[in-house]
Design a protein around this ligand. Structure first.
Ligand code: GSH
Length: 213
């Protein structure tokens, strides 16, 4: 039987990683379709017909034929349909959404762009990299203060807020961002890494398509 989900993406993409991680934490096998961005596959009509923004990730739910885009929206969809990681109450769901928006506004851009610069995929002027370093530090301080005395970002268990932010900070080393000043973030990262399903991109997102195991 084929897997319920089909994830289209590229291993180097942070947003693709977040969706893969959510499936992995949920124990959901998925078929993986590698999208070669360098070759412009994401701008071809056949792909645009499936993903209106011409970006990765794209997630297809074969149970109902839905084509889903925007990683944060996909995480919410997975939480809703799988009944996992979505928060226990309306209050928690609202807080989760706030953290998802915060991440994409305040944390992910600086970490992901610094990572692409360090890996040689993009070039930025030194003053732009300095700005990203300052933005990452400011966001990490907010997160560190929030995590003082808490195990998880929202509520009493892991939610997609944790998974979404983990999908950024698990890559902080590749961005050469020093997390040691943020003790609460460091402890939370260890908790996340200890959960079944925690993986780095290179351990489950190949640079080629792959059927679910
Ligand atoms: N907000 C989107 C961002 C997706 C995104 O930036 N994807 C990049 C790869 S990391 C992409 O497809 N870039 C090619 C392009 O935008 O043309 C999400 O979270 O899914």
């Amino acid at each position: 039987m084929s897997a319920r989900f089909e994830l289209h993406g590229i291993a180097l993409s942070g947003p693709t990683y977040k969706v893969g991680l959510t499936l992995s934490f949920a124990g959901e096998a998925f078929d993986y379709v590698h999208v070669p961005l360098r070759e412009g596959a994401h701008k071809q009509p056949a792909y645009l017909a499936k993903q209106r923004f011409g970006q990765v990730p794209l997630l297809i739910d074969r149970n109902n034929g839905r084509h889903l885009c925007q990683s944060a929206a996909i995480l919410e969809y997975l939480a809703d349909t799988l009944g996992r990681f979505g928060g226990a109450t309306l209050e928690e769901r609202l807080q989760i959404r706030e953290w998802l928006y915060w991440d994409f506004d305040r944390l992910a851009p600086s970490v992901y762009r610094t990572r692409s610069a360090k890996r040689g995929f993009r070039q930025f002027a030194p003053e732009v990299l300095e700005m990203y370093a300052a933005e990452a530090a400011a966001a990490l301080k907010v997160l560190d203060d929030h995590l003082a005395g808490r195990s998880w970002i929202v509520g009493e268990g892991v939610t997609i807020a944790d998974i979404d932010v983990f999908g950024v900070l698990a890559l902080a080393g590749e961005a050469e961002i020093d997390l040691s000043p943020y003790a609460h973030v460091g402890a939370w990262l260890k908790r996340m890494e200890a959960l079944p399903g925690a993986k780095l991109p290179q351990n489950f997102l190949p640079m080629e398509s792959k059927a679910a195991a």
